[in-house]
Design a binder for this molecule. Structure first.
Ligand SMILES: [Zn+2]
Length: 242
């Protein structure tokens, strides 16, 4: 087949560059996702603790109200004591007072416990807040670089994609079909150079005859007998070989 090998090499090079940028774009996306997941995790913990604090504050408020009610009851009962006229009333009042005082004691103890819990929770929230701030700053720093890289990759892809389409159209139809078939079946580099006497796609050492043929006719190409990639002899390889 007579054809200039150059469009094939250009296509292979462009495609390799394009694949590199597409890969780096997907890696960057993953990195950005990972970076934000740390922030999201701290944010989630912060929200949970924040809700816990609100619930605890409500519980304290409720308890304080009940304590006031109980204290009012006790003082009312106390005020009634001088007005008691018989043993029976006295006994009833005494037991009511005892009960109320006991309840008050339990409530005050519970309030103390809730206060301690609140303090602990505040400390925890403070710590989480610091972590959240840190991870946020880290995220901003990390992703500003990543976003710039992503933008760069995006620009390169936008430039390389039309170039690839253009170059693919320049090569003969049968090679075009071969090329696309290879890529569909997962061979991302259907055209590759002979490097170190081997196919640079599958690394099989090639027969000297095949190398000699391509070397003596650098404008031709052959398929690798092992992986069937299109092989060409790169100009610089000649220098290394001699
Ligand atoms: Zn091969």
């Amino acid at each position: 087949m007579s054809l200039s090998i150059q469009p094939l090499i250009d296509l292979a090079d462009t495609d390799r560059d394009l694949q590199t940028f597409i890969f780096s774009r997907s890696q960057l996306e993953k990195q950005i996702d990972t970076a934000s997941s740390v922030v999201n995790l701290h944010k989630k913990t912060f929200d949970e603790k924040y809700n816990e604090r609100n619930a605890l504050a409500n519980e304290c408020e409720e308890l304080k109200k009940n304590i006031i009610i109980k204290e009012e009851l006790i003082s009312r009962l106390n005020e009634q004591v001088p007005k008691i006229r018989n043993e029976k009333e006295f006994a009833a009042s005494k037991s009511q007072l005892e009960e109320a005082r006991k309840d008050l004691g339990v409530m005050e103890e519970k309030l103390l416990e809730l206060d301690i819990n609140s303090e602990d929770l505040e400390k925890e929230i403070e710590k989480i807040n610091v972590k959240l701030d840190e991870s946020n700053t880290e995220f901003q720093q990390e992703t500003s670089g990543l976003l710039k890289k992503q933008e760069k990759a995006e620009k390169q892809i936008a430039k390389l994609e039309p170039r690839r389409t253009r170059l693919l159209k320049k090569i003969p139809k049968n090679i075009q079909r071969f090329y696309e078939r290879c890529q569909q079946s997962g061979i991302s580099t259907p055209i590759c150079a002979i490097i170190d006497k081997s196919c640079s796609g599958c690394y099989m050492v090639l027969l000297p005859q095949l190398i000699n043929e391509l070397m003596s006719n650098p404008n031709s190409h052959k398929n690798c007998p092992n992986c069937s990639r299109i092989l060409y002899f790169p100009a610089e390889e000649e220098v290394v070989e001699s």
